[in-house]
Design a protein around this ligand. Sequence first.
Ligand SMILES: [Zn+2]
Ligand SMILES: [Zn+2]
Length: 211
Amino acid sequence: MNAPRRRSLPITPNAAPIFEYKASVRHRIKCCLFWTTGAAQINPAPQAIQRASTILARHNLLLDICPGSTPVAPHILPFDRRIRAPANEEQEDRLALRQMAHQAHVHDGRIPVIIALCDAAIAWRGITPNGNLGGWLQFVTLNAEQQAPDGATMCHEMTHAAGNPSDWPTNPTDDYSKYRYVMINNLNDRNCLMRGDVLRYTAPCYFAEPG
Ligand SMILES: [Zn+2]
Ligand SMILES: [Zn+2]
C-alpha cells in the first residue's frame, strides 16, 4: 500500500460527529455479488449484506445488492477451483474472475463483489486491488471461508474500493475503538464509517448514486 496510514486520531468530546455523520442526501451504494461455484455452497453473503446494510444505514447510505443474498445462475462464475496463493497467480485468478463477472452479467454502476474459495495459504479475508487492476474499476474479492466474525469484511473492502486506502491500528483498547470503526481490522463488532469516508469516498464513488 503506497498511501501513508493513519497512526491515530485524537478522540475528544467533539469526536462523535466524526463517527456519527449522516449524508445530507441519501445515496444508494450499489453492488453486484458473484460467487464461484464452490463459494456458492458456503455463501457468507447473508451476514456480509446484513452487516454492511447496518453500517451504511447509520450514515444515510442504502446498500443496494444485486441479486440479493442467494446465488442465482447469472451470478455464479464457472471457476471450479481455489484462487492460488503465489502473488502472481493470485492476481491472475482475481483478474480472470473479474473478466468472468463482466461476461456473466451487465452490472454497470455497481461494484462487483466476488466471493471465492482460496488456497489455505492466502491470508486475506477480502482484498481490493491496489496495484494492477487490469484496466477495471475497483472491485472486491472475498475469501468465502475466512470472513471476519462480525461480517464486516465486505463493508471494509468496499470502503477501500471507494477510495480510503487506510487500515486503522488494531489495538482494541485504544480510545477510538469505542466507535467500532469499520476500517479497524481486528474488531468483532464494527459498526460505523467516519465522516470522511462518507463525504470524500463513499457518496462520490462510482458505485454510489443519490436516491
Ligand atoms: Zn447483478
Ligand atoms: Zn483493509
